[in-house]
Design a protein around this ligand. Structure first.
Ligand code: FES
Length: 176
């Protein structure tokens, strides 16, 4: 083997070994970042709500389901104030109000879209509509979007854990 082709071969071999090493290192890092199996199995997801903006829908994922989070602006809170039942669907974190719900239509399970101009959710499957608190404004959905179990800790929202606020909602029958 000539010197230059030997160098080429060595370079390729080294590159391959380095590549395998890098993949191994990435895998090890990913394992470190991944939540512990027990945390995953418990199904908790913790969200920091401080970065969310008013009237901007955030879609998170929890237990394979889309979760809608909508920070309410002043006009939404004002509208909800006129209907205490709707207002009771909102979660207060600090001074702000949020809608936190499962983003699956309660009719047949399509994922509704949010229209920030109209401040409402529209389900394109059969034309169902929900207001900004996810209460039904147009059939066929039989009820508002479901509210997942949650707990508030400071500015954090823990999905999958039943805090006092959720239990109160559950007692009044607005979570389902
Ligand atoms: S699935 Fe949403 S209106 Fe039918």
């Amino acid at each position: 083997m000539k010197n230059s082709s030997r160098r080429g071969f060595m370079g390729k071999a080294f590159g391959a070994v380095a590549g395998v090493g890098a993949v191994g290192a990435l895998y090890a890092m990913k394992k470190t970042w991944d939540p512990l199996p027990s945390v995953k199995a418990a199904g908790f997801t913790t969200l920091d709500m401080s970065a969310y903006k008013e009237n901007e829908l955030v879609v998170e994922k929890w237990r394979g389901k889309p979760i809608f989070i909508l920070k309410q602006d002043a006009s939404m809170v004002e509208t909800a104030d006129k209907n205490p039942k709707d207002k009771s669907r909102l979660i207060k974190v600090g001074e702000a109000y949020y809608l936190v719900c499962i983003g699956l239509c309660t009719h047949l399970g399509c994922i509704p879209g949010y229209n920030p101009d109209e401040k409402e959710f529209l389900c394109a499957c059969h034309g169902g509509k929900y207001d900004a608190t996810a209460a039904v404004t147009k059939a066929p959905p039989p009820r508002g979007l479901d509210i997942p179990p949650f707990k508030i800790t400071g500015n954090k929202l823990v999905l999958g854990e039943e805090g006092p606020e959720y239990k109160k909602m559950k007692e009044t029958g607005i979570t389902l």
